[in-house]
Structures are given as C-alpha cells and as structure tokens.
Design a protein around this ligand. Sequence first.
Ligand code: FMN
Ligand code: FE2
Ligand code: FE2
Length: 397
Amino acid sequence: MASIKISDRIYWVGAKDPSLRVFDLYVKTTYGTTYNSYLITGDKVALIDAVKDGFEGQFFEAIAEILPIEKIDYLVVNHNEPDHSGAIIELLRRNPRIQIVCSKPAVPFLRNVINDDARPIEGVKGGDKLDLGGISLEFMTAPFMHWPDTMFTYCPERKVLFPCDGYAAHLCPDDSMYAKVGDPVLEHEAWYYYDCIMRPFAPFSRKASEAVLQREIAVVAPSHGPINADQPKHFIQKYLEWTAPKIKSDKKALAIFVASSYGNTKAMADAIAAAIPSDRFDVHLVDAMEVTQERARDIIEAADGILFGTPTFAGDVVKPIWDIAHLLPSVSATGKKAAAFGSYGWGGQAPEILEGYLEQLKLKVFKPGAKARLVPSLAELDECRAFGRAFSEFVLG
Ligand SMILES: Cc1cc2nc3c(=O)[nH]c(=O)nc-3n(C[C@H](O)[C@H](O)[C@H](O)COP(=O)(O)O)c2cc1C
Ligand SMILES: [Fe+2]
Ligand SMILES: [Fe+2]
C-alpha cells in the first residue's frame, strides 16, 4: 500500500525521500523526509498539496490506489515552495480539469510556478469554505509560516488540520506514518525544523498557533514527517513555547556585540554601554569572539536594539562581527533598531558597510555610526557616550 487512510474519506498520498541529507541548501535531514499530500474524497475530490518534482511516481501510484487522477476536482495549494508544488505541472497535465485553490497572496506565486496565464486560480481568504459533499474544508491564513502565501486547511467534520510546513519534521518513517509524541528523535527534529525554517518569522508562527489552538483538533497532518493523532496539539503548544520571549524583563533589551583586536573598539563599546540609561535598559555587552551561535541568536531575538562594534580590517567588517550579523536572518530581527561603530586606522568604512547590510535586512538603522581613529581620544569617547544616549532615545522612540 502506497496510500494510508488517516480518517474516513481522508488519505495520505505522499512520497518518501529517505536518502535526502540536506534540504533547502542548509537544513540537515539526517533521517530523510517525506512530502505529504492528502486526498479528501467527498462527492467532489480535493487534493491538499502536491509533492516535489521527481517524486510523481510514488505520488500518482498512491492516488491511483484510491481513485483515478481524472476524478480529482480541486488542488488546494497551502504553500508554493517547490517541495510541495513541483509535481503540480505533471498533475495538471494528467488532469487539466483540476481547479486550483490557494490563498490570495499565493495566486501570483502559483502563476510563476505553472507559468500558464490562461488557467484560472482561485484565491481564498481565511474563513472561506469548500464543500465537497459529505465533507468540507475550511481555509485559515497563516502568512509567513513560512512564506507570505502560506495557509492552513482544516476539515471540520473530521477535525483534521493540514498546516503544511507548520508542526512538521524532516523524518522518513519506514514503518508507521504516525507520530509517537515523546520520541526523542521526533521531538528533536520538530524543534530543529522550527529553528531552521519557522524561527525567522517567530511572531507569525506564534499568532497562527494561538489561533489554531482554539480549534478542536483530532489529527495534525503536516507536509513533512509523521502525522500526529497521538497528542495532536503537542507541537502547536511547543511552537508557543519556542516563540515565547527568551529573556523576560520590564526594561528594553540592548545588545552590543563587539570584536576588538587591540581594545580600541572595545573601549568605544564600554563608553557607549556606560551611557545607556540603566533604568530603561538591560544592556548585554557581548564579546563576538566568545559567544556561541545559539546564545547570540537568543540575544538578537530578545533585543530591542542591537549595536555592532567592528574595527575596519582590509576595508571590511571583521569576520566575528559578520558571523554574528549573518545570524540576523535566522531569527526574527526585521524592524529591530540597530547601529554600528568602530575604531579604524585609515578608510574606516566598516560601520557603513554593516549599515547597508542591516538596512537590506529591514532593520531600522541609526546613522551615522560612531568612529574613533586608532586609540579613542577623550573627545572621541565623549562622542561615543553621546552616540550611546542618542541610540537609546532612538530605541525608546
Ligand atoms: C589586519 C588589519 C587590517 C586593517 N585594515 C584596515 C583597513 O582596511 N582600513 C582601516 O581603516 N583600518 C585598518 N586597520 C586598522 C584597524 O582598524 C585599527 O588598528 C583599529 O584601531 C583596530 O581596532 P581594535 O583594537 O578595536 O581591533 C587594519 C588593522 C589590521 C590589524
Ligand atoms: Fe516550505
Ligand atoms: Fe515544505
């Protein structure tokens, strides 16, 4: 059996990819993955999500066990990433009658996947329903979980949630497709999946998880890894834990990451830190050479304001500071306030280079950054203190 019945009129018809070792170029898939698709067989037939290009064989074989592909009336596209949309082109070639249903933001995405302007694509909004006759589907928007197009689909009659990449894990079970909550491998892979794929959009995951938790749910049927009928809300609750603020304080959090070879930029950082009003801020002065990547990500995520202290080396930002800055896209940092400063010997362009990068990542950048030529003079340290005060105002404002 290539297909699996998961509830009355609902079947898993996905594909297994046990040998995949890297997903999306950066996610380790130690245990391979699955591309889950679900067939809902009311009087009308809907397919929820497709599979990756190259896996059509397993996919069509699984569907054919339940009914001929020609019988499918609707394709619900929860998300357009190619691991779920790749096989759509071949599916439509085999059954051109299929009507596509997706979120409104997904319509232009899907146009660029199928590259067929003539085909109608129906954009739905949260709360819209699709009555299949004997069973129905309801759509829930879940933007940025993890693309702008993402939505969840819910079957009210069977209380099955199809959250696409939400609450998923890269695992390719060789026996049961059902989750055993508490299994250490599943628990770790679900966390790692969140950490790599959902964490950059943590507030969005939190909002969608809060909303979905209000529903009655008997089964969570994600797009990768096992189906959870054991404790269906387990990973939804975990997402609320994982998206909760890691550093709790009434004050604003201000992080200063600094790298300094001879102590010049560090002296600037100390002057800046001393000028930040301690009644309003918790200041985290962090040595970029010492901090672990994990700790740096937590600090960035919790920070309201982030300062980067970098000397200029060979016309550039120094590597330990680039390494920290390159963690920004891996957590939710968009919209945070930021600035750069540093000591230099001649060109001194490192702060400006970093400012440009921070602006591209859509942080709000306070400019100009503070600079000191070689060993900071008393006047330059005064400027650092003024810079620290001005940046605090910027964060509070
Ligand atoms: C390997 C190396 C390369 C450097 N390249 C530049 C440079 O391209 N432009 C510049 O303004 N200063 C350059 N400098 C000078 C440093 O920015 C300057 O010594 C600064 O005060 C070091 O600050 P720190 O003690 O915080 O590391 C370079 C220094 C070193 C050691
Ligand atoms: Fe995805
Ligand atoms: Fe996916």
